[in-house]
Structure formats: C-alpha cells, structure tokens
Ligand binder design. Structure first.
Ligand code: AHR
Length: 518
C-alpha cells in the first residue's frame, strides 16, 4: 500500500515513514450549512429471513424470553436508544412472495408458507401487518412497506394500502377493525416491488416501468395519509435501470431505490466476517467507499432527467455481506460484526451526509441477526454489535444541518488486482449543527496501525467545551460474542483539546470518535 498526501487539493506521493506524526486537518465553519441530514439516512431493514423477525424481534407472548406483547424487551430497548427513524419490511426478496392476508387475523388460522428465498424455512405468518406496524409505533419509527409486485396482484397491493390506512367504513378498514385495530395506521413509505430485475420478478426495466405505473395507480391516499411511492431501483452499477425508470416513470414515483453491498465475489466465498488480515480490511473500506462514485453516477442521471430534484434516491439496502458463521444455515445470512464493519458504517454514513440533496433515505441490511446487523441474539442473550455503536454515536446527526468540510489527509493507494487502483483517505469525517446550535463532528482514523493528529480550525465558532466518545479495540477482528459481549464498546474520549478556535484531536489507530462542541 502506497501512501499519498493530499495538500491543498493536490495529490503528492509520499513514502511511509516520512512523517514524524501522521496528521490531518480541516476547517469547520458552523455557519456554512444549507442541507439538513434527513434522519431517514439512518433507516433500518427487517426481512423475514433467518432469525431477523422470529427470535430476533419477535418471540411471541408465550415465550420464556422476556417480552413486551411478544416483542423481545431487550431488543426493543436497544432500538429505542438507537432512534430508528424508519424500518423497511417484510423484504427484500421475501416481499415479492409475501401475501399479506396470510398474516392477519387469529394466529391459529394463519396459513404457513415456505420461505423459498431464505433456506426453505417454514414461515407461520405469526408476525404480520399488525405486529409490524405496532412495532413501529412502539419504537417510534416510520414504517416502510415493501409491496409484492413479483408474484402478487394489483388488487392485493391496493387492498393492503386500504387495510392499513383507510379510516372510513371501507371493506378493508372493517376487516382491520374485526382484527382488533380500530384506528388506521399512518404509512408513508410504500415500495412497489423489490429488486424487480432479480428475485422480484427478473424483469427488464422497460417492463417493470409499466408495471410500476399500473400498480402505483391503485395505491390510494386514504383520508389524510399521503403515500411516498418508491420504485424498485438498480443494483450497484446498473445505470441503465435508473435511466429507463427516470424516462418511463419519471414524476409518477416519489423515490427510486438503489442497492449496494460491500461484498466480494457473488459466486464464490465472500470471506469470513471475523478472520481477515489488514489487506482485507483495506480492501473492504475501498469497496465500501466506492459507493460514493455509484451514488454520484445515479444522481447525475436523475439530475439530467429531473432537474427540479423531485424524485428522491433511496438507498434501501446497503452494508457488508460476509460468509455465514460456520455451522449456521447458509440461507439465513447470519454473520458476526467486527470493528471492520463499524468502519464500513461510519465511512458510509459520512458519504451519505454529502448527498442528501437527492439521497433521502438509506436502510442498512439488516436490523437483527442478518448481514451487517445492529443486534445479535441467541436464545435469551443479546449483544450489540460495533455497527450498533456507530449508529448510536452518529444519531446526533439526524435532522441536523450538514456542515461541509474538506479533509486534508494521507491517502493510501490500494494495490493489487482486487483493489482496482482505489484510493483510501486515512481520515473520514463529517460534521453537523443541530437545532440548538450544538456542533457534532465524527472522525474515523482508518489507519490500522498509526495514530493521527487532526487539527480542526473552527473558523468563527466560539467553542467552549468539547466532549466525546470513542469506539476502538485492540484488533480489527474484535467483535462482541455471547461469551464476551463487551469486547468492543464505546467509552468516553478525552483526546480533544480546544485552544481558542483550534481543536486538536489525537485519534488512536483504527478508532471512531464523535465529538460534541458547545
Ligand atoms: O438483504 C438480503 C437480500 O439482499 C434482500 O432480500 C434482497 O433484496 C437483496 O438481494
């Protein structure tokens, strides 16, 4: 790995060891912000997949595991603390085989189905529309319903919307009342299909565009509920999908989705979540940062076709995807989560903050026990992952004004075929100012070995007090297991010193810090 130095916007090659001390700097002008970071950038995703729903969120009222109306109490409390703004459900691929009417009414009458996408597990439909929407109310988040286009019907999706949101004396509202819920729920986000190019129906974008137009026509706004309709979007580098959808659907959609995973080799091994070396770590961060280029290119197409910026980009699946943990069902996508995953979270969020003019939502995959999850459960035990801690440290940026910064730091040139000449800045950062005028700065020292001193010029800001939190650990492979649930955790950070309007931050190697400046 060669290291380069960015100085005044110029890329200068430097050899390692030239610097007595690694340093980085930027200016932070608390009056420069214009865009608000929508809290929905911190969205989550829960699919009927492995033990995300059953065992992870829901255990049922009769379970020995402590629960509140069937929801795990430990998980509920952890999610409340996280400030989850929006939760996408029931898939993913599952959504396009899900028939919502199987998941309402008395549980003993609900039919079973085979979860064909995810290990052929038998799904008993005990967690359905009521259980999901009530969960959203309990944790205080917006529901995001992903509708079945692949194997469903227009009528089925139209009736689902009516069932959830109609206040009146309509047939579906009556059915909802019979099932114990008088008042309609508020449902804003409605996905019209998922990955319609793949598990959602293997469609061409031209055909899907027409289907979107047809399905969305019958998804009505009942009473004062206003739907925000989201078309199934592209995977990664499929810019043609975005082009066709923008041309053929245009303003009929409120949002267009995009999926991007930090994953290697869809056909072969994706690599272990916990056994990796430093090169693998840098590869991961390079691949994760490539999302910036992907977002820019999709946005460029949207800008051309929609100069008024009406259609939002919704990154409704993202995160790391590793081999499943040894001995677990390959169809259940259960993976551990190390300090490396925490960096994927912090670097990704730093990037998302920059594009919120168009990017209005992002949903990490997934909330519990699947892929890059916040929480892992086993029986009655629960651990919070390093990724959870990043989301908790970063939730101060939700709905705050984004403060643009230009970081000057060393940049590594990642060598080797798999890295595609990617460059990796050794410092990632973002900053925001909340409604009370409090400024928060998040800093990630991605260097695996060396500490880094960051000098922040606070411009005209009269900062008086700085406090902080840090997430780090001895090894990048460290993670929280059921035996050692606190191996990676957040602790107070005292490495920031304020002198006049200059803040000097001494960041340990491989650490993530959030500072509060008052
Ligand atoms: O998150 C797991 C799966 O990844 C989702 O079901 C699907 O939409 C994507 O391919």
């Amino acid at each position: 790995m060669k290291k380069l130095m960015i100085a005044g916007g110029l890329l200068v090659v430097a050899t390692m060891g030239l610097y007595a001390q690694k340093s980085a700097s930027f200016t932070l002008d608390a009056d420069k912000g214009t865009e608000v970071i929508p809290k929905e950038i911190y969205g989550q995703f829960a699919e009927h997949l492995g033990s995300c729903i059953y065992g992870g969120l829901w255990v049922g009222e009769d379970s020995d595991i402590p629960n509140t109306n069937g929801y795990r109490t430990d998980v509920l409390n952890a999610l409340k603390e996280l400030k989850v703004p929006v939760l996408r459900w029931p898939g993913g691929c599952f959504a396009d085989e899900y028939h919502w009417m199987d998941g309402i009414g008395p549980k003993e009458n609900r039919p079973k189905m085979v979860n064909n996408n995810w290990g052929g597990t038998i799904e008993d439909n005990s967690f359905g529309t009521h259980e999901f929407l009530n969960l959203c109310e309990m944790i205080g988040c917006e529901p995001y319903i992903s509708g079945n286009v692949g194997s469903g019907t227009v009528e089925e999706l139209a009736k689902w919307v009516e069932y959830m949101t109609s206040e009146g004396d309509s047939p579906m509202a009556r059915l909802r009342r019979q099932n114990g819920r008088d008042k309609a729920w508020k449902v804003k986000y409605l996905g019209v299909g998922n990955e319609s190019w793949g598990c959602g129906g293997s469609m061409r974008p031209e055909y899907y565009s027409d289907l979107y137009r047809r399905y969305s026509t019958y998804c009505r706004n009942y009473d004062d509920n206003r739907l925000f309709k989201i078309a199934s979007g592209a995977s990664d580098y499929d810019y043609n999908w975005t082009k066709v959808l923008m041309d053929r659907v245009g303003g009929r959609m409120d949002g267009l989705s995009l999926h991007y995973y930090t994953v290697s080799g869809w056909d072969g091994s994706k690599g272990s979540a916990t056994r990796f070396d430093t090169d693998d770590y840098y590869w991961t961060l390079g691949k994760c940062r490539e999302i910036e280029d992907v977002i820019e290119k999709h946005i460029a197409i949207m800008d051309e076709k929609d100069p008024k910026n009406r259609v939002a980009l919704m990154l409704d699946e993202w995160g790391t995807w590793w081999d499943v943990e040894p001995g677990t069902n390959p169809g259940h996508l259960y993976q551990q989560n190390t300090l490396r995953d925490a960096f994927v979270a912090s670097l990704s969020l730093d990037i998302f903050h920059k594009y919120t003019r168009r990017l209005k939502m992002a949903n990490i995959a997934q909330i519990v026990n699947v892929l890059q999850s916040m929480i892992l459960t086993q029986g009655d035990k629960m651990v919070l992952t390093p990724t959870y801690y990043v989301f908790r440290m970063y939730n101060v940026h939700q709905d705050a004004t984004y403060l643009p910064i230009e970081v000057k730091c060393e940049v590594a040139k990642l060598e080797g075929e798999r890295n595609h000449d990617r460059e990796l800045p050794m410092l990632s950062a973002s900053a925001s100012k909340n409604a009370q005028g409090v400024v928060h700065v998040s800093l990630s020292n991605v260097d695996a070995e060396e500490r880094q001193v960051v000098t922040i010029d606070l411009a005209n800001m009269e900062g008086k007090q700085v406090t902080g939190e840090i997430l780090t650990s001895d090894k990048l492979t460290d993670h929280n297991s059921f035996e050692r649930p606190d191996q990676v955790k957040v602790v107070p950070f005292n490495g920031a010193k304020l002198k006049k309007n200059v803040l000097t931050v001494d960041l340990p190697a491989k650490s993530i810090v959030t500072l509060e400046i008052k």
